[in-house]
Design a protein around this ligand. Structure first.
Ligand code: C2E
Ligand code: MG
Ligand code: MG
Length: 637
C-alpha cells in the first residue's frame, strides 16, 4: 500500500516517471514518421543540406528511443529535444531565416518539452531559441547573411503539415494527461472525504452499539441547552444503568452481554423521540438527552416509558432474560447549565435510584450530594481501616434451641473508627460491596475467624463451629475456594470447623462459576447455610441443587412470631420444608424465651439472638463457653 506521502508526490508531479517514458516513446514514433516524410521531401527537392539535418534528427530520435528503453529517460529527452532544437536552428540559419516554415518547429518542441522535460531543460531550450531568433535577426540587419523567402510550394505544405501533425499529437497527449490527472484528483478527493466522514463517525460513535458516544452527546446536550435557553424551555439528561448486567455477563458470557447491550441500545432509541439523543457512556451505562421539554410531567412520562420498555424480556441465546434500569435525571436550568454539571448530577440521581431499590428513576436533589460525599468518605476510610487494622470480629453464639448447648459462633465484623467509635457492618458493608473492597475485607474476616478458632481450640475450649458471612461480590473473584482452603491450612483447622453463610440472592445467580465454587467448597468439607432466609425471591429447587446444610430464618419473621399469624405461617412452612429436604433450621434474632419456646415447638433446631447472648468480643466469648447451661430456662413446653 502506498503511503500518503507517496500519493502526494504522485499528485504533485505533472507526469510520473513511467508516463514520462511512455510519452517520449509516443512522440518519438510520431517524429520518426514525420522525419521520414520530410526526409523524402528534401531528397525529392534536391535539398541535400536539409536531408543531412533530417538524417541527424532521425539518428537522435533512434538513439533517444534506445536510451529510453534502457531507463535513461532524462538523457534521452535532452538528446532528442536538444538535437531537434539544433536542427531547426541550423535549418533556419542556412536557408530562409525567420521566413522558414521550420520556425514552427520551435513552439512544437516547447510543447513537447513542457510535457516530458524538467523545468531546467525547458528554460534552456527557450533561451536557446530566443538567442537563435535574435542572432538570425542581427545577421539579417547587419548583412552577415541574406535570408530570402522561397516561393510557397508543395514542399512547404508537406513540412508545415508534418510539424502541425506532431503539434496536434503532443497537444492531444497533453490534454489527455491533464484530464486523467483531474479525474484521479477527483477520485482522491472523494476518497479523502469518505474516510474523513468515517473517521468523524468513529470518533463520535460507540463501536459496539453505534450510538453517539460521550463526545457527540455532550455536543447534543449543549445544543439542547442553547435551544432551551432561547425559547425558555427545559432540557433533561437521563443517566441509565442496567441493574443486573454484571450477573448476565458473568453467567451467560461476554458475547451475550454485548448482544444485550446492542438490543438495549435499539430499544432505547425506539423509546425516545427522533429529536432526542441516546448515547452509550461505556459498560452498561447509557445517556439520553431530552430536547425541548415543557415540564417535569413530560420528563417523568418519558422516563417511565423507558423503564417500561426495558422491563419487557429480551431473548438471548434462546433464553428470556429480564432486566431493568435505574435512571437518574438532571434538568437544565435547575440542576446545571452545562453538560459536565448535568452529567454529574444525573449520575448522582441514578446512584440514588439504585440505592432505593432499582428499576426506578430519580430526579436530582441537591441533598444527594451530601449523601454521596459521605459514602465516598466512608469508602476512603474503609481502605485506611484495612491497612490500619481497625476492623475487629465479634462472635455471637449459636446454640441448640432445646438444650442451649453451644454449637457455633457467628463472626460479625465491626469497625473501630478512631473518631466515630464502633461502627456496625450495616453502615459500611454495602459501601465496601459497591467499591469491591469487600473482597479484601472478606479475606481478612475469613483468616481472622480461623485464627481465633485455632487460638480457642489450643486453649481447650469445647468444640464448636465458626460461621463466616460471605458477600456475593466475593464469589465473582473466582478464588474463594482457594482462599478458604488456604485459611484452613494456615491455622491447621479441619474443614468441619467452618461454616459459610451465603445470602439468598446469591443463589439466584446460578452462573457456572458460582456453582463450581459451591461444589468445590462442599468438597473441602465446609458447611453452607443460607442467611436471612425468606427475604429473597427463593427458587426453592436450588436448595437441594446447591447442597446447603442449613437455613437461617430471617429475624424479621422471628421478631413478630408471637403476634403475627402470617409470620408464624411462614416460619412453620420454612421449618417443614427444611425438614423434608433434610436441612437444619436456625432462627435469628431471638430476644425472649417465649419466642424461643415457640420456635422449639415448631421444630426449629438452632437459635441465635440477644436472649442467648449478644455478639461478644473474643475474650468474652471464651468466658461464655464456660458458662453453666441455663437448663431450667430452656424448657420447651
Ligand atoms: P446477619 O449475618 O444476619 O447477622 C445477624 C445480625 O443480627 C447481626 O447484626 C447481629 O448482631 C444481629 N442480631 C443477632 N441477634 C439479634 C437479636 O436478638 N436482635 C436483634 N435486633 N439483632 C440481633 P450485625 O452484627 O450488625 O450484622 C449485620 C449484618 O452485616 C449481618 O447480618 C451480615 O449480613 C453483615 N455482616 C456482618 N459481618 C459481616 C462480614 O464479616 N462479612 C459480610 N459480608 N457481612 C457481614
Ligand atoms: Mg449472618
Ligand atoms: Mg441474618
Amino acid at each position: 500500500m502506498s503511503t500518503l506521502q507517496e500519493q502526494q508526490t504522485q499528485l504533485l508531479e505533472p507526469v510520473d516517471r513511467d508516463a514520462q517514458a511512455r510519452r517520449l516513446n509516443q512522440i518519438s514514433s510520431v517524429l520518426s514518421v514525420v522525419l521520414v516524410i520530410i526526409g523524402v521531401q528534401t531528397v525529392l527537392a534536391n535539398s541535400w543540406t536539409n536531408s543531412l539535418l533530417v538524417i541527424l534528427a532521425m539518428l537522435a530520435v533512434m538513439a533517444g528511443a534506445r536510451l529510453n528503453l534502457r531507463g535513461a529517460t532524462d538523457t534521452a529527452i535532452v538528446l532528442v529535444l536538444g538535437t531537434m532544437t539544433a536542427v531547426v536552428s541550423v535549418s533556419l540559419w542556412i536557408s530562409q531565416g525567420l521566413y522558414s516554415g521550420a520556425l514552427l518547429g520551435y513552439p512544437v518542441i516547447l510543447i513537447v518539452a513542457g510535457m516530458v522535460s524538467r523545468l531546467r531543460l525547458f528554460v534552456a531550450l527557450l533561451l536557446f531559441m530566443l538567442a537563435s531568433v535574435a542572432l538570425i535577426t542581427c545577421a539579417a540587419l547587419f548583412g552577415w547573411q541574406h535570408f530570402v523567402p522561397h516561393p510557397m510550394g508543395l514542399g512547404r505544405m508537406v513540412n508545415v503539415s508534418c510539424i502541425l501533425l506532431v503539434c496536434a499529437c503532443a497537444v492531444w497527449i497533453l490534454a489527455n494527461d491533464l484530464r486523467q490527472t483531474m479525474q484521479r484528483l477527483q477520485r482522491e478527493i472523494q476518497r479523502v472525504k469518505a474516510s474523513e466522514a468515517s473517521f468523524t463517525h468513529l470518533a463520535q460513535h460507540d463501536a459496539l452499539t453505534n450510538l453517539p458516544n460521550r463526545l457527540l452527546v455532550s455536543d447534543r446536550m449543549e445544543q439542547a441547552i442553547g435551544q432551551a435557553r432561547r425559547y425558555g424551555r427545559r432540557a433533561a439528561l437521563l443517566y441509565l444503568d442496567l441493574d443486573n448486567f454484571k450477573n448476565i455477563n458473568d453467567s451467560l458470557g461476554h458475547d451475550a452481554g454485548d448482544e444485550l447491550l446492542k438490543e438495549v441500545a435499539g430499544r432505547l432509541q425506539g423509546a425516545v423521540r427522533e429529536m432526542d439523543t441516546v448515547s452509550r457512556q461505556g459498560g452498561d451505562e447509557f445517556l439520553i438527552v431530552l430536547t425541548d421539554v415543557a415540564d417535569l410531567d413530560a420528563i417523568s412520562a418519558a422516563a417511565n416509558h423507558v423503564l417500561n420498555t426495558m422491563t419487557q424480556p429480551f431473548s438471548l441465546k434462546g433464553m428470556q432474560i429480564v432486566t431493568s434500569v435505574s435512571i437518574g435525571v438532571a434538568l437544565y436550568p435547575e440542576d446545571g447549565d452545562d453538560f459536565a454539571a448535568l452529567l454529574k448530577h444525573a449520575d448522582l440521581a441514578m446512584y440514588q435510584a439504585k440505592a432505593e431499590g432499582r428499576n426506578a428513576f430519580r430526579f436530582f436533589d441537591a441533598r444527594m450530594n451530601a449523601d454521596i460525599l459521605e459514602r465516598l468518605n466512608l469508602d476512603l476510610g474503609l481502605r485506611e481501616a484495612l491497612s490500619q487494622q481497625q476492623f475487629v470480629l465479634h462472635y455471637q453464639p449459636i446454640v441448640d434451641i432445646h438444650s442451649g448447648r453451644l454449637l457455633a459462633a457467628e463472626a460479625l465484623i465491626r469497625w473501630q473508627h478512631p473518631q466515630r467509635g464502633m461502627v456496625g457492618p450495616d453502615t459500611f458493608i454495602p459501601v465496601a460491596e459497591s467499591s469491591g473492597l469487600i473482597v479484601e475485607i472478606g479475606e481478612w474476616v475469613l483468616n481472622e475467624a480461623c485464627r481465633q478458632m485455632m487460638v480457642w481450640r489450643a486453649a481447650g475450649l469445647p468444640a464448636f463451629v465458626v460461621s463466616v458471612n460471605l458477600s456475593s461480590v466475593q464469589f465473582r473473584r473466582g478464588n474463594l475456594e482457594a482462599l478458604v482452603a488456604a485459611a484452613l491450612q494456615r491455622y491447621g483447622l479441619p474443614a468441619e470447623c467452618l461454616e459459610l453463610e451465603l445470602t439468598e440472592s446469591l443463589l439466584l445467580q446460578d452462573s457456572e462459576r458460582f456453582i463450581d465454587t459451591l461444589y468445590d467448597l462442599k468438597a473441602l468439607g465446609v458447611k453452607l447455610s443460607i442467611d436471612d432466609f425468606g427475604t429473597g425471591y427463593s427458587n426453592l429447587s436450588y436448595l437441594q441443587r446447591f447442597r446447603v446444610d442449613k437455613l437461617k430464618i430471617d429475624q424479621s419473621f422471628v421478631r413478630k412470631l408471637q403476634d403475627s399469624p402470617e409470620d408464624r405461617a411462614i416460619v412453620t412452612a420454612i421449618i417443614q420444608m427444611a425438614k423434608s429436604l433434610h436441612l437444619l433450621t436456625i432462627a435469628e434474632g431471638i430476644e425472649d424465651d417465649s419466642t424461643r419456646r415457640l420456635l422449639a415447638q415448631l421444630g426449629c433446631d438452632q437459635g441465635q439472638g440477644y436472649w442467648f447472648a449478644r455478639p461478644l468480643m473474643a475474650a468474652d466469648f471464651a468466658v461464655f463457653t464456660q458458662r453453666e447451661l441455663p437448663a431450667a430456662g430452656l424448657a420447651t413446653e
